[in-house]
Design a protein around this ligand. Structure first.
Ligand code: SF4
Length: 367
């Protein structure tokens, strides 16, 4: 088994060393320019191939073309504040939801998984979920065409997981996830229930479902597609994004080191400090940087601009070439990004504050 194969573990995600090997190993299709141009509009994550791979994404393109129903489904494990990784998934749901008025978004609050994996009691994750949903709404989800629910309270998901358990063996689960405690296998079956929920009669019957996820979640997609075939559902489609590095350039963001990750609740001043201490691809001295240029490919600051904070492709290209040719220093980038991020956070937090009551009503099933 390759290192990459071990790296795709939904409960312990590390960055794969080589996305291409991973795709070849697991039969993930690349996102091509032709595929991108088949969508009625694009998003920076697609254009820049941050969304780098997919399974059956054409099925969603076809639904959009034919003006037929499809669902976009994802969720959050309510263990803490929205961070840049969860923001990326939220942006994807919002984008794919926006492409057709025949789409519906399903957003699952994976509180059972937060309990199983992180030991967070349901009452505690409930409060976290209210904040998470307010973030999602503030980012622009059309909640009137969305179903947002907690796993612990959606009986149909639990029922589906139980039914699906009749079609899997311990060996199958171990082959996909490796040897794990039963709680992880149960969580996996619950997730399959979440993914299949939009296709139940109660939610309009079989239809294409797109799941935008980090590549570490592919084991759930593979299991869901196997089970879908056995139960006559449409195998779910998936689009995979690259995993977000820590601000300090480590493979994993660590909640133990708050300087390594940015959340949407960070005080804007603190967020600015985090940017100033983030890893760059700069050289040891100004003289060297002017002479050799920087290395944006290694730079977390440039990654933040690419993945999250600069929409304008021309602007990003300009930054790239100024860096490569030594016309730009890391201080220029950090100062520019710090301004963008602090202004974004101020606006976002204000918007979120105004949506907390709505989010609570949604999470408590009163809307
Ligand atoms: Fe990164 Fe900007 Fe420094 Fe280049 S100049 S390495 S893009 S921070």
């Amino acid at each position: 088994m390759s290192d990459d194969k071990r790296a795709i573990d939904p409960w312990n995600s590390t960055l794969p060393a080589d996305y291409e090997t991973l795709m070849a190993e697991f039969g993930i299709e690349p996102i091509t320019d032709e595929l991108i141009s088949a969508f009625p509009s694009t998003h920076r994550l697609l254009r820049r191939k941050v969304e780098f791979g997919h399974r059956d994404l054409l099925r969603i393109v076809d639904s959009i073309r034919r003006n037929e129903a499809y669902a976009v489904m994802s969720g959050i494990k309510p263990t803490g504040e929205f961070h840049l990784g969860t923001m990326m998934t939220a942006e994807e749901i919002i984008f794919y939801q926006s492409l057709s008025d025949k789409s519906v978004a399903h957003y699952c609050i994976a509180d059972l998984e937060a309990f199983a994996d992180n030991g967070i009691p349901l009452e505690e994750s409930h409060e976290i979920a209210v904040g998470n949903v307010a973030d999602l709404l503030a980012l622009g989800l059309d909640y009137k065409r969305a179903y947002i629910y907690k796993q612990s309270e959606e009986r149909l998901v639990q029922k589906l997981a139980f039914i699906f358990s009749t079609a899997v063996t311990f060996n199958m689960l171990e082959a996909i996830y490796g040897p794990k405690q039963i709680k992880y296998y149960l969580s996996a079956l619950i997730q399959v229930g979440d993914i299949m929920l939009p296709q139940t009669e109660e939610y309009g019957g079989p239809k294409p479902v797109l799941v935008p996820v980090g590549i570490d979640q592919d084991p759930h997609i593979r299991l869901s597609r196997d089970i879908a075939k056995k139960f006559k559902f449409v195998p779910p489609s998936a689009v995979f994004h690259k995993l977000t590095r820590s601000l300090l350039g480590e493979e994993k963001m660590s909640k133990r080191n708050p300087m390594s990750m940015m959340t949407l609740s960070d005080d804007p001043k603190l967020a600015e400090r985090k940017i100033w201490s983030a890893l760059t691809g700069g050289r040891g001295t100004v003289e060297e940087q002017r002479r050799l240029g920087g290395e944006p490919e290694k730079c977390v600051v440039f990654e933040l601009m690419t993945n999250h904070f600069i929409d304008d492709d021309d602007e990003l290209r300009k930054i790239y070439w100024e860096c490569k040719t030594g016309a730009r220093l890391c201080g220029d980038c950090k100062s520019q990004l710090a301004d963008i991020v602090s202004s974004f956070l101020r606006k976002h937090q204000q918007k979120k504050e105004g949506l907390m009551d709505l989010a609570r009503n949604i999470v408590e099933g009163e809307r």
